[in-house]
Design a protein. Structure first.
Length: 475
């Protein structure tokens, strides 16, 4: 042994990082079983965190990484931390923000991707992965009503997708933007989005170097939808001040209330004012899966670009967004770069030359496996089920004197309780403290409301009854 050491100065692989095959298999089997048990416990336990964070911080402090610990022990420790320390998206009574319990095929995809760890920056290194993602995007774009030839790609989420669209819009708006940035424009570039929009748009203004004030938050019609008349006025005022309008964003599924902006009217307006037209359908875009309901999104097919998050109502694991682009040449124009060390197979598809990211994870397999295993019809059934459950919750609450204040075509209720139960805030606090369900407090048209979104594909009739009972439990 020592003689062999003498012959070769190179040590064997670090066993804790790269265990031998048999040991790996043992740990993998252990993990699979442990996760299944944890999932059962989560479903039967509290929907909200139960962890003592002070104790947890002390435990964390004990990790100074000076002495290695056995991996199975660490896996147990991690599962316990996650089990106690999260608001559980995988709990059947998580009526959450748009974050779902992930589909099983998408979880399988994550395991595959972790094992192969493909670098999806270029078609040269990962030709199959790049082609598969491009295929899924084409099918989704087609389903959204975009013309043949439309493109796009997977993103870390809706924020990156929106950011991508905004950069394309700026690049299209002025040929000097690529080289000189915002100062290429004769005045301050501004864009329009409703005041009910997702706040990623404000950050994106900053990120893109045009400033947060470039996001013009346009008034709504009093029912949570962008008002075309207010939009016209805002554009006229900005032009008069020397600003340069370049983009109009309509939301299909606002975050607070799930409202749908008038997509066709916005398309008209964008065309008339020569603005890039983007539809932020991060959550609501999943309706394209439903034959019966696709028409709700009429006007989406006229967009220059759209955001649809697979990790929202398509229920893949996080983060998995998509940006669809009518004319994919806009992506090349925006993200073009040359790097001698990058291999290329199909330049027009090379993610590093067409997207914000460089090194990238193989995200598309999640939606591919989900769609391939369930079909559009399987996803449609998932959506129809959520809609039916939402309607049931709404009618049960109305029967008990609650008021529904929004009018969303999606699976989202904004409700206010009858006076006897206290205000929205106190009800939400009570529900969350009970651990029996998770709902959110939100604002809709200047009013505090309880936001209930059906996000879990396995929520049962009993779960719904428990939700309604918990909401009505009183102080
Ligand atoms: C969720 C959401 C976003 C942000 O997407 P992330 O995936 O969280 O980055 C943007 N717009 C809308 C309408 C959303 O629902």
């Amino acid at each position: 042994m020592s003689a062999a050491r003498g012959d070769s100065p190179i040590a064997p692989p670090a066993a804790a990082l790269f265990p031998e095959r048999a040991e790996r298999r043992r740990i993998e089997d252990y993990l699979t079983r442990a996760l299944a048990l944890a999932d059962e416990r989560v479903g039967a336990g509290a929907a909200t965190p139960t962890i003592d964070m002070q104790a947890f911080r002390r435990e964390l402090e004990s990790f100074d990484f000076s002495s290695p610990r056995p991996l199975t022990e660490l896996l147990d420790w991690s599962i316990a931390a996650l089990e106690r320390g999260l608001t559980h998206l995988t709990h059947p009574r998580h009526f959450g923000l748009f974050n779902p319990a992930p589909t099983f095929p998408s979880q399988c995809a994550d395991r595959l991707v972790a094992a192969f760890n493909p670098q999806v920056a270029s078609s040269g290194t990962s030709p199959a992965a790049v082609a598969l993602e491009a295929h899924v995007i084409r099918r989704v774009a087609e389903r959204a009503g975009f013309p043949a030839g439309a493109g796009g790609h997977f993103t870390s989420g809706g924020s990156e997708a929106n950011y991508t669209a905004l950069l394309c819009a700026l690049t299209r708006a002025h040929p000097g933007f690529t080289a000189d940035g915002a100062r290429a424009f004769p005045g301050a570039p501004v864009f329009y989005v409703s005041k009910e929009c997702h706040r990623s748009w404000v950050k994106i203004g900053h990120q893109a170097g045009i400033g947060r004030a470039a996001a013009r938050l346009v008034n709504t019609d009093g029912r949570g939808r962008l008002s075309p008349a207010s939009l016209e006025r805002a554009i006229a005022e900005d032009r008069a001040r020397g600003c340069v309008p370049f983009l109009l964003v309509a939301s299909a599924g606002t975050t607070n209330a799930g409202m749908l902006d008038p997509l066709a009217a916005c398309a008209e307006l964008a065309a008339r004012h020569q603005l890039w037209y983007h539809v932020d359908a991060a959550w609501g875009g999943a309706l394209i899966a439903c034959e019966r309901l696709r028409g709700v999104l009429a006007g989406l097919e006229r967009a220059d670009s759209a955001t649809i998050d697979a990790h929202k109502w398509f229920a893949t694991t996080m983060g998995c967004g998509m940006v669809l682009i009518r004319d994919p040449a806009a992506l090349g124009a925006t993200f073009q770069v040359s790097a001698s060390y990058m291999q290329s197979h199909e330049r027009s598809l090379d993610p590093y030359m067409n997207t914000v990211q460089w090194s990238r994870r193989f995200l598309g397999l999640r939606l591919f496996l989900s769609l391939a295993a369930a079909g559009w019809a399987g996803h449609a059934a998932h959506i129809e089920r959520a809609l039916a459950q939402t309607a049931w919750i709404g009618s049960e609450l109305e029967r008990r004197g609650w008021t529904i204040v929004n009018d969303s075509p999606f699976a989202l209720l904004n409700v206010v309780p009858p006076a006897r139960l206290g205000d929205a805030r106190s009800v939400v606090e009570r529900v969350i403290a009970s651990g029996k369900a998770w709902v959110a407090l939100a604002r809709f048209e200047e009013r505090e409301v309880i936001r209930i979104c059906v996000t879990h594909g396995e929520t049962s009739a009993t779960d719904l009854a428990i939700l309604v009972e918990t909401l009505n439990a009183g102080a």
